[in-house]
Design a protein. Structure first.
Length: 138
């Protein structure tokens, strides 16, 4: 069995953004030479997320509204974590959206269902953050 590890780095210029990272993950898969196996993609920060869904702008706006309704950013004073910080909502949003995804690799391709894409969800941007891509297989 072979393995390939790669880190993607993102510095989002605003507090929140969803980024389709499928092309970067696919590039890592092609570099790996693995034809059959599994691809793990996970956010290496507790205020960011990796998830699979549709790449449709209306849905992305719905995510933003839904997440803000569940864990509003302000007022910062509503969260005990925000004593000296201001990102408690980002931690909660990450918990809801998830830490990682695993995608099957079949014949050298990410084996998705219809419309599936991999997204990096940034909930506390303005600094560099990493995403791990780990691919194992033959």
């Amino acid at each position: 069995m072979k393995s390939h590890r790669e880190e993607l780095t993102f510095r989002v210029p605003q507090r929140r953004q969803l980024i389709n990272i499928t092309p970067q993950v696919d590039a890592a898969l092609q570099k790996s030479g693995i034809r059959e196996g599994l691809c793990l993609v996970n956010a290496m920060h507790i205020s960011a997320s990796v998830f699979i869904n549709d790449d449709e702008s209306g849905l992305h706006a719905d995510f933003e509204d839904w997440l803000e309704g569940l864990a509003p950013e302000k007022p910062h004073s509503r969260y005990r974590h925000n004593v000296g910080e201001d990102n408690a909502d980002a931690h909660l949003k990450r918990t809801i959206m998830g830490r990682e995804v695993v995608v099957a690799v079949t014949q050298g391709r990410l084996d998705f269902g219809p419309w599936e894409q991999i997204f990096y969800g940034e909930f506390d941007g303005l600094r560099s953050k990493r995403v791990l891509v780990k691919i194992i297989g033959e």
